[in-house]
Design a protein around this ligand. Structure first.
Ligand SMILES: C[S@@+](CC[C@H](N)C(=O)[O-])C[C@H]1O[C@@H](n2cnc3c(N)ncnc32)[C@H](O)[C@@H]1O
Length: 387
């Protein structure tokens, strides 16, 4: 099997978590960047990465690397020189995206849309010059996605092996207000050590469960269910390098790793004060196959109590963006702090919010914290040990 250079992307701040996940695939890491890990492997590694990485947003395959790309014409020549007819057929639709960044003194202006258009022309012309049909562009649901990264005049050409972002696991049929992305939720659980706690008889609780994302990701980790098992589509399906038989074998192998015997699994509970949110969480848990594993209830956090001597809470309580919203949430975080202190002795709690003032209102000293990106919001995830 030939050697591939792969690149996994994750939300900012989850790099260390993603690195540990990549090492476990297993794969050899060749470079780490803020928000991404480059690693070496083969086609099996590429399939495993797409199926198993919980914190990744996507996995890319490096097709080629060019130095000294200063002008759009140079980009055109570089792209037109690549054997695209061996990457996909003209019947497949494609989309192309370019991101540009600079760190050096000498800056050249890059209009990403214009440069991406040049690259698109180069691909279409390549097919035509080979006497083939021209493939069509489809920006909404392309069969093939190409990503170009231009940094300090070095161009990296990637094929997006994931296609739709990997956070789109496929188990969510409904959402509530401000759902957390699935791969960020998984990243928070891995940062909290849930993968170890769940083997030691700890129970799990999300008392602000909303549509149930953290509960489902916690259940997936506890049952060793790979997140990619739910997906219907990956970007590599339309790639000419795809080996459907090998993928099917690896898929079955990964599926057989699941641990579903109830006596081997921890207690998982979720609650929310909104009955509507609990109904949505129930439906999503059912889609994910965890309806019987997770106990749900409608109640406010202040009225809950630890149901086991040891446990882990990971949660994202409501967070305000505007100042007046933040002020009204201060009492919620104050009550959260006092409920943790009085009702959850010997438990560990991880809380994510975008507002430091709210974290402060909890009134407990955090053992550690992580600064992360939750979509467009800078957020902090703090871990508290309750004594
Ligand atoms: C940011 S959302 C959680 C989103 C969730 N992680 C998801 O992925 O869908 C916050 C949730 O807290 C709930 N909530 C607000 N105050 C509460 C309280 N005092 N007790 C319990 N739930 C509360 C809201 O109903 C809302 O569903």
């Amino acid at each position: 099997m030939s050697k591939l250079t792969l690149f996994a992307i994750c939300p900012g701040g989850l790099d260390e978590v993603l690195k540990r996940e990549v090492e476990k695939l297993p794969a050899k890491i060749s470079a780490t960047y803020p928000g991404g890990i480059e690693f070496e492997g083969d086609l099996r590694t590429a399939y495993l990465a797409n199926l198993k990485l919980r914190s990744a947003s996507r996995v890319l395959l490096l097709l080629e690397r060019f130095k000294k790309i200063f002008k759009p014409e140079e980009l055109y020549d570089a792209i037109a020189g690549l054997p695209w007819e061996k990457v996909f057929t003209p019947e497949s639709t494609f989309a192309i995206y370019l991101t540009a960044s600079e760190t050096k003194e000498r800056r050249i202006p890059v209009n990403p849309q214009f440069w991406a258009l040049k690259a698109k022309d180069a691909i279409v012309d390549r097919f035509r010059n080979k006497g083939l049909e021209r493939p069509s562009v489809n920006r909404d649901e392309p069969d093939i996605t190409i990503r170009l990264h231009l940094h300090d005049q070095i161009l990296k050409v990637y094929l997006d092996l994931s296609g739709p972002s990997l956070h789109e696991r496929g188990y969510r049929s409904q959402t509530m207000e401000a759902p957390i992305k699935e791969n960020l939720a998984a990243g928070l659980l891995l940062l909290s050590g849930w993968q170890y706690f769940c083997n030691e008889g700890f129970s799990f609780l999300d008392p602000f469960c909303g549509s149930g994302t953290l509960l489902i990701e916690a259940a997936m980790i506890a049952t060793r269910t790979a997140p990619g098992l739910y997906r219907k589509r990956f970007g590599f399906f339309a790639w000419l390098g795809h080996d459907p038989e090998l993928f099917q074998r690896i898929f079955e192998e990964v599926r057989s790793e699941r641990v579903l015997e109830p006596h081997k699994l921890p207690t998982l509970c979720g609650s929310d004060k909104s009955a509507e949110a609990v109904a949505v969480a129930r439906s999503n848990l059912e889609n994910a196959g965890f309806k019987d594993l997770v106990k749900l209830s409608t109640c406010s956090f202040e009225s809950t109590k630890a149901n086991q001597p040891k446990g882990l809470i990971v949660t994202n309580p409501p967070y305000g963006v505007r100042l007046n919203e933040i002020e009204t949430l201060i009492p919620v975080y104050r009550d959260l702090g006092s409920t943790l202190k009085h009702n959850y002795k010997n438990w560990t709690a991880g809380v994510i919010t975008s507002e430091k003032k709210l974290l402060h209102s909890i009134g407990l000293k955090s053992e550690k914290h992580f600064d992360l990106r939750n979509g467009a919001l800078e957020s902090r995830f703090s871990i508290f040990r309750i004594y």
